[in-house]
Design a protein around this ligand. Structure first.
Ligand code: PEP
Ligand code: MN
Length: 339
């Protein structure tokens, strides 16, 4: 249920609604809008004799309405305005399109620092790089682990760019949180509900990637797991889905961008590197994603893709990445955005 407060409701009235929701056995999620406060009352109704409709009699309440979508807190029904997620000084979901860039994997100090400087120079706002890698084969490079996290922190110190990196296992939560500014949940863990709950309990922003065979509704339910634990700082990432097509690694689902933007208030970014799997297609799909309404991009960049430990074939060299950033400017402007 959504409890819509009157625009002149007092803090005392709001607090009373929150405590009543809790007494009835539900979680209260407070959403401060520009004009009024809305409180999402979410929880399992089974076995609870008192229904939330009764909240409509409390002072300061304008109306109590059911949330129709199964993803309650992620839905625009609860929060019509866009959510802006802050990673340090960087804001995702605002007018400015935010670009995250860096290698698929952190491989060495020299590699991550060289790449971090290059992507910063080209205009990236956030550095990406995997320290824990989800690889299809257990015999390939699995990432540098903690050493990789330390190198990312070093690159952040040198460039000032905040860092996003993947968390594969809840056991690593403390260490990944210590060294990074944003936690990435990868496609393979997109429906790992235990992990989603874990990151929902910490206060780091989360970059949630779409699973390669999850529907948009399932993707939003995955975000709901994080939001329902209290972490409101979730950014969604379309990274391509599995289809019958074999000419590309995945099929980048451009449709998903306007659909997600309509259904949720959360920021949506695009990953055309994994979405296509080939460096040649990354720039065209990055431009298409901006035109379709994406709030940002995440792009794999490697100074020597031919010797990359992972995803070299879909990584842009810094010069190509700079070109992408240049080409993105008029497209962003055409859809009323800055970059
Ligand atoms: C990655 O970002 O390198 C990655 C493994 O992405 P995904 O989870 O989308 O495959
Ligand atoms: Mn990768």
């Amino acid at each position: 249920m959504i409890v819509v407060m009157k625009s002149d409701a007092t803090q005392e009235e709001i607090d009373k609604v929150i405590s009543t929701i809790r007494e009835l056995g539900y979680k209260a999620h407070i959403i401060e809008g520009v004009l009024r406060t809305v409180i999402g009352a979410v929880g399992d109704e089974r076995g609870k004799p008192y229904h939330l409709e009764s909240l409509s009699v409390l002072p300061g309440v304008e109306k109590v309405v059911p949330i129709l979508q199964p993803y309650k807190l992620a839905s625009r029904e609860v929060k019509p305005e866009n959510t802006v997620v802050k990673i340090g000084n960087v804001k995702i979901g605002d007018n400015k399109i935010i670009v995250m860039a860096g290698p698929c994997s952190v491989e060495s100090e020299e590699q991550i620092i060289e790449t971090a400087m290059a992507v910063k120079q080209a205009g990236a706002a956030i550095l990406r790089g995997g320290a824990y890698k989800p690889r299809t084969s257990p015999y390939t490079f699995q990432g540098l682990g903690e050493e990789g996290l330390k190198l990312l922190a070093k690159a952040r110190k040198m460039t000032g760019l905040p860092v996003v990196t993947e968390i594969l296992d809840a056991h690593d939560l403390d260490i990944v949180t210590e060294y990074s500014d944003m936690l990435q949940i990868g496609a393979r863990n997109s429906q790992n509900y235990a992990l989603l709950r874990y990151v929902g309990r910490c206060n780091k922003p989360v970059l949630l990637k779409r699973g390669m065979s999850t529907t948009i509704s399932e993707f939003l339910m995955a975000a709901e797991y994080i939001l329902s634990e209290g972490n409101q700082n979730v950014v969604l990432c379309e990274r391509g889905i599995r289809t019958f097509e074999t000419a590309t690694r995945n099929t980048f689902d451009l449709n998903a961008i306007p659909v997600l933007k309509e259904k949720t208030h959360l920021p949506v970014i695009a990953d055309p590197s994994h979405g296509t799997g080939y460096w040649q297609y990354v720039t065209p799909m990055a431009l298409a994603a901006i035109a379709a309404g994406a709030d940002g991009l995440i792009i794999e960049v490697h100074c020597r893709p031919e010797i990359a430990q992972s995803d070299g074939g879909q990584s842009l060299k810094p010069s190509k990445f700079s070109l992408l950033m240049e080409k993105a400017k008029p497209v962003a402007r055409a859809v009323g955005r800055d970059i």
